[in-house]
Design a protein around this ligand. Structure first.
Ligand code: DX5
Ligand code: ZN
Length: 206
């Protein structure tokens, strides 16, 4: 089976106070911290799982620095790694990180199958539910077909969704089979982030 992973996206946090923002979300009950490009590991959250989403065209160049910076998960985009994904996965694991693959809304799910079926596979698939770029966009429910198909084929794979997740969209994502939930504006903008985090966790468990 799978376990829920609620991952507040630090892209929506107050950048001037990254460390305390991270601590705040962890205190509110977050499981992971979703990191877009930049890693963060400091005293108050030295134990946190740093879920890094590489929205870059040359992810291989970031393996070494992110490994050193203390990244936990390293998720690259399938669209930019058509040739070297095997090498990329190998390097990520060598640096002690968990490899994941992300796909944009316009990319068919079939493109990630070879990376999951490989003898050295990715351990998570990130299904983008907005066009990558910035927080606060509208969730694309039509992406749930990808999640359902993946979940049917791979009952214990970590499936992450990213973009527009919050109390009004979590049920649709959770019932499609997503278990890792990235949430930026809905968590950081809430009067009670802890309530939003626990509500989303419950929805994944149900
Ligand atoms: C979008 C990023 C997301 C973003 C999510 O390109 O990958 O992680 O911060 O923000 P919300 O939850 O506000 O859509
Ligand atoms: Zn992201």
């Amino acid at each position: 089976g799978v376990t829920p992973k609620i991952a507040p996206s630090m892209l929506s946090s107050d950048f001037a106070n990254l460390a305390s923002e991270a601590k705040r979300m962890l205190d509110f009950g977050a499981d992971w911290l979703h990191m877009d490009i930049m890693a963060l590991r400091s005293e108050p959250n030295h134990w946190a799982y740093l879920d890094c989403h590489l929205m870059v065209t040359n992810p291989i160049d970031y393996v070494e620095p992110l490994g050193k910076a203390g990244a936990s998960g390293f998720t690259f985009h399938v669209e930019v790694s058509k040739e070297n994904w095997q090498e990329l996965i190998q390097k990520i694991k060598l640096k002690g990180m968990r490899p994941g693959v992300a796909l944009k809304p316009g990319t068919p799910i079939e493109e990630v199958y070879p990376l999951i079926n490989s003898k050295n596979p990715v351990e998570m698939v990130l299904v983008m539910t907005v066009e990558p770029g910035f927080g606060g966009q509208k969730f694309m429910p039509e992406m749930m077909d990808k999640v359902r198909v993946l979940r049917n084929k791979y009952p214990s794979l970590d499936i992450e969704v990213d973009g527009g997740l919050g109390p009004s969209t979590i049920d649709v994502a959770a019932s499609a089979g997503a278990n890792c939930i990235v949430a930026g504006s809905s968590v950081f903008g809430a009067p009670e982030p802890a309530a939003v985090i626990s509500l989303m966790r419950k929805s994944v468990l149900e």
